[in-house]
Design a protein around this ligand. Structure first.
Ligand code: BDR
Ligand code: CA
Length: 313
């Protein structure tokens, strides 16, 4: 089965790995990329999305989007994790393509309306573009085929605060709107992405199989790997954003649970994702009033990591 997707992204080292999969996998029809600030500022995200498509020899529409969160002030990009250029501070080739004149939200609205029931939105950055698209056209909830979000954490704890995952923390207000919009959504969060490790051996295969794109993926990985070594003590990196595509393409490798999500938008727990399993009674029903969604809670991490290397080798 072919999946027609719009990939919403803030590339970013692990975004770049996922983009390479979206560009390469025979069952993915990449209709466009929409960019957001997050790992880098939005102009750099757009540059990197254009570059990665060019290095893969593909002409893919790229539409620039959110430059800042909906409400809260923007945090500085995490240059110590992704590099100031989002790709591990390696020297990058020149880009010749340009972004669409339409903004990301309009691109999403137009593309979904042109192909109702066919388009899956895969979002792997802060969720401002999807929130803006919903504001422009609330009927999107009934017109998308599905929404896959890399973000959040149910049992794993956070990676930027004790309870919040980065994409949720960067724009909790947008996340709250997107995760409770009532469209068919699956959350692929740290509960599964922290079980996957892209090792140096995996990356050696990828570098060998991807030409100039492989050089960029391997060079940026080397920088990112240092962060994971010091932060989590692992030899390799968690391929967070590729896991969203793994879920789409190899769902049998994941276990999910259905229930209600909420996002904390203020206070010490801002950006935390709260999950109330379907049918479970709590002392009040306030956590169970949001629409039902699916969350990934388990994964065959080794198999997913091997799959990523296999697709890109
Ligand atoms: C998420 O945050 C970003 O830094 C990564 O690209 C990924 O989308 C992981 O928490
Ligand atoms: Ca990302």
């Amino acid at each position: 089965m072919t999946h027609s997707i719009i990939f919403d992204t803030d590339p970013g080292v692990d975004d770049a790995q996922a983009i390479a999969i979206a560009l390469r996998h025979p069952e993915v029809d990449l209709l466009g990329m929409t960019t957001t600030y997050g790992n880098v500022d939005v102009e750099t995200a757009t540059h990197n999305a254009l570059l990665l498509a060019e290095l893969a020899g593909r002409k893919i529409p790229v539409a620039q989007g959110a430059a800042a969160p909906l409400i809260k002030p923007r945090h500085a990009p995490p240059a110590h994790i992704h590099g100031a250029n989002g790709l591990g501070n390696i020297t990058l080739p020149t880009v010749s393509g340009r972004a669409e004149s339409r903004c990301a939200a309009q691109f999403i609205v137009d593309t979904v309306n042109e192909r109702p029931g066919e388009v899956t939105l895969v979002a792997v950055g802060p969720l401002g573009n999807l929130a803006a698209a919903l504001q422009l056209d609330p009927t999107l909830v009934d017109k998308v085929k599905g929404v896959v979000v890399m973000g959040g954490s149910i049992r794993e704890g956070g990676n930027v605060t004790p309870v919040a995952e980065a994409n949720m923390f960067n724009d909790p207000d947008a996340a709250a709107r997107v995760l409770t919009a009532g469209w068919p959504l699956t959350l692929v969060g740290l509960d599964v992405t922290h079980r996957c490790v892209l090792t140096p051996a995996h990356m050696a295969r990828i570098e060998g199989g991807q030409g100039e794109l492989g050089r960029v993926l391997a060079g940026s990985y080397a920088f990112y790997r240092d962060f994971y070594q010091s932060a989590l003590g692992i030899d390799g990196c968690c391929p967070h954003d590729s896991c969203a595509l793994a879920w789409l393409l190899r769902p049998e490798l994941f276990t999910t649970s259905r229930g209600h999500l909420s996002v904390v938008t203020e206070g010490d727990a801002e950006g935390q994702t709260l999950f109330a399993p379907e049918g479970r009674d709590f002392i009040e029903d306030r956590w169970s009033r949001t629409p039902l969604v699916d969350v990934c809670l388990g994964v065959e991490g080794q198999t997913v990591s091997d799959w990523i290397a296999e697709v890109l080798a």
